[in-house]
Design a protein around this ligand. Structure first.
Ligand code: UT7
Length: 333
């Protein structure tokens, strides 16, 4: 049987920094408030002409090079994004494939907000285990600045831009295999976090009247409470189902939404500070890109070694949630 191995990681963050001090000049907020309530100090912002696909392609190029797998062998590209280059078509994944010089690979986007990267991992795992695909490029890429309302202090302080990518490929070695991926969704909470207009659910006159019609809106405090509960349950469930103890997790990589959420979840699960991966301070919330950017952070700082077990945990608009038990299995050790 074929198993799916997580071979490599790459990421890209735009160079432009939007600091808390910058935001305090734009809305009624302060560095002190943002730091205390979110742990975020700054976030990256893409240039006007820099699209989600540009960032995704840069992250993917790095992941490809680090994988040691030739791009001609990539047979599927999946991009998790809520800020695609174009809302209907073509898919950002298809554009990325062309930017990478990859032809004939299946390419599509998925929309699962901040849980997007865990969703694409589950899809990649299923395609590889079924034998339908062998080498899959999975990407989380977001230009959230394009859908952020910079007059709304409840949301604009949170979000940033960036991309992360990984190569998942077939292996016969069960020790290298992604152990399990759990995903779920509950649309009854859809209104907690949404971009209410711009799709087929919005009236044409709304689109004409509202320049801000596609911007994200969030009921922050309610989302916060559901996030802590859901993220904790995700981990308890996946560890129990796989008879794994939390002490066996080398790197706990939660979605980077808010330091207080991450701390509350880490404490509820008894995770030590060494286990919990944090990038929220420097990148803010990059939705589908947040988990692969965080994995790249531990890789580039030399903390992620071959064979180490990562536990990914995400939560986002939809509502969606997911967790994954992923050993790092590079071909080049
Ligand atoms: O990635 C997907 C999942 N997303 C999340 O998980 C995000 C979850 N939510 C959050 O991270 C937090 O709810 C926020 C950071 C968005 C807000 O923090 P909070 O502690 O929940 O604050 P709050 O919404 O309860 O607001 C408390 C007060 C309010 O003022 P009053 O009514 O008490 O006078 C807000 O108007 O803080 C005010 N406030 C702000 N003040 C200064 C809200 N945003 C700001 C701000 N600066 N940026």
């Amino acid at each position: 049987m074929a198993y799916a191995a997580f071979r490599s990681i790459g990421a890209y963050a735009p160079s432009k920094i939007l600091s808390n001090e910058d935001l305090a000049k734009m809305v009624d907020t302060s560095d002190e408030w943002i730091t205390k309530r979110t742990g975020i100090k700054e976030r990256r912002i893409a240039e006007d002409g820099e699209f989600t696909s540009d960032m995704g392609a840069k992250a993917a190029q790095i992941a490809l090079e680090r994988s040691g797998i030739d791009k001609s062998k990539i047979d599927m590209i999946i991009c998790a994004t809520i800020s695609p280059d174009y809302f209907c078509m073509p898919s950002t994944a298809a554009i990325i494939s062309t930017k990478l010089g990859i032809s004939n690979a299946t390419a599509f986007d998925i929309s699962a907000a901040c849980t997007g990267f865990v969703y694409v991992l589950s899809i990649a795992k299923a395609f590889i285990e079924s034998g339908m695909k062998k080498n899959i490029l999975v990407i989380g890429a977001e230009k959230l600045s394009a859908i952020t309302d910079y007059t709304d202090r409840g949301t604009c302080i949170l979000f940033g831009d960036g991309a992360g990518a990984a190569v998942v490929s077939a292996t016969e070695d069960k020790n290298e295999a992604i152990i399990d991926v759990h995903t779920g969704a509950d649309g009854t909470f859809a209104d907690l976090l949404m971009s209410p207009n711009g799709g087929s659910g919005s009236a044409h006159d709304t689109l004409e009247q509202e320049a801000t019609s596609c911007f994200m809106q969030m009921k922050g405090n309610e989302t916060f409470k559901v996030a802590v509960k859901t993220l904790t349950k995700d981990v308890v469930d996946i560890l129990r189902d796989n008879s794994i103890d939390s002490s066996e997790i080398k790197h706990f990589v939660p979605h980077q939404a808010n330091l207080r959420i991450i701390k509350a979840v880490g404490e509820a699960l008894g995770m030590s500070d060494e286990q919990v991966v944090l990038t929220v301070e420097k990148y803010g919330n990059t939705s589908g890109a947040s988990i692969p950017m965080a994995i790249n952070d531990i890789y580039e700082s030399g903390r992620l070694q071959a064979g180490e077990l990562m536990l990914l945990d995400a939560f986002g608009g939809g509502l969606t949630w997911g967790s994954a038990l992923v050993p790092f299995a590079p071909l080049q050790k």
